[in-house]
Design a binder for this molecule. Structure first.
Ligand code: XIL
Length: 338
């Protein structure tokens, strides 16, 4: 990857208290990150819910520890994220907040304070931020509203302010709008909404450098070549439109949901690897793509198991390494695609 001017990396996570506390606490995972990764991202530890327990408090205990470890190992860390623009991902206090007699001024103050506090704390150690995460409603492509955006005067004004503030507070950082885009066929509204948003940013002169393509892939239960062929045309038209506007691309959260595949491990892993390879071949055709981050290196800590378990009860296998840190065909597929 380095020879091609690319970077491959992964998320890592503090995890919940308990015996097997999370990827960050596991020395085997640390060794894997050091061996395979050129860039990292905190899975949850920079989100508002994690660092902002109330309007007047910040708590960086966990993220600082992770940053310190990454810095000691000379690994840059992406910032994820400065604003997850959906009510359910903002802290409860924000959705119930009393914005007082000048709501827009108070909302602006809260958001600017948030972005400034994070960006100034980490400086150049964070070369790239998901400034705004998932602001587009998949069903109809409109923008979500939060209590913050309602007070501030609408979602556009809110997202624009987040980007302008980030540019000023972290002038050297790449600023990203990050979304999952419902990349399967038949979900065109979501992508159309993302395109409208990106066009609006350009029109209004908002400093957005790249589109974060989350890439939570879902196998379609057919052979990988057929599955990729089914999505490729629509997907390329979307990426062509994005890159024609001058946006760079970042794969921010790659993993694979092995839907509609039999539980047998060997053929399932092969199908997941083939699908990953087919997808990356499409993506690497774009020189605007430089960084590829997995949403976890090992099945052991993948969020997919909790988010959408398999219907047949078999454990999910979404990542390049299995739960015991043995490499799977998906790892070889990523290497081959590079
Ligand atoms: C997920 C984490 O992996 C989970 O641990 C958490 O419970 C919810 O968030 N899109 C994103 C990521 O932008 O922040 C999400 O991460 C996965 C989907």
């Amino acid at each position: 990857a380095t020879a091609r001017g690319l970077r491959v990396g992964s998320c890592f996570a503090w995890g919940a208290p308990g015996a097997d506390r999370g990827s960050f606490a596991n020395p085997s995972y640390a060794a894997l990150l050091k061996r395979d990764c050129g860039i990292l991202v905190g899975e949850n530890e920079m989100k508002w819910q994690a660092i902002r327990p109330s309007a007047t408090q910040f708590d960086f205990t966990r993220f600082d520890a992770m940053m310190d470890w990454a810095t000691a190992n000379t690994l840059p860390v992406r910032g994820h994220n400065l604003l997850w623009h959906q009510p359910k991902w903002m802290p409860a206090w924000e959705e119930n907040y009393d914005f007082g007699s000048s709501p827009s001024r108070e909302a602006e103050r809260l958001l600017v304070e948030h972005v400034n506090t994070v960006c100034r704390r980490y400086g150049a150690r964070i070369p790239s931020y998901d400034v705004v995460n998932e602001a587009v409603t998949p069903a109809d492509g409109t923008l979500y509203q939060t209590a913050l955006s309602r007070a501030l005067g609408g979602p556009e004004a809110t997202l624009d302010l987040a980007f302008h503030t980030a540019r000023a507070a972290a002038p050297g950082a790449q600023l990203v709008y990050n979304d999952y885009m419902s990349w399967e066929p038949g979900n065109a509204n979501h992508r159309a909404g993302v395109l409208r948003l990106l066009e609006g940013f350009k029109r209004r002169g908002v400093p957005v450098d790249a589109l974060g393509v989350q890439s939570h892939l879902v196998t379609q239960g057919m052979d990988a070549r057929t599955a990729i062929a089914a999505i490729e045309g629509e997907w390329r038209r979307f990426l062509d439109a994005v890159t024609a506007m001058g946006y760079k691309l970042v794969i921010t959260e790659l993993d694979v949901r092995d839907n509609n595949l039999p539980a047998d491990i060997a053929p399932r892993d092969t199908a997941v690897a083939d699908f990953t390879r087919g997808y990356l071949d499409v993506m690497f055709a774009y020189p605007a793509l430089r960084d590829v981050l997995l949403w976890g290196m090992t099945d052991r800590y993948s969020w997919i198991e909790g988010f959408e378990p398999r219907k047949d009860g078999a454990k999910r296998r979404p990542c390049p390494y299995d739960a015991d840190f043995a490499p799977k065909p998906m790892r070889a597929a990523i290497a081959a695609a590079i």
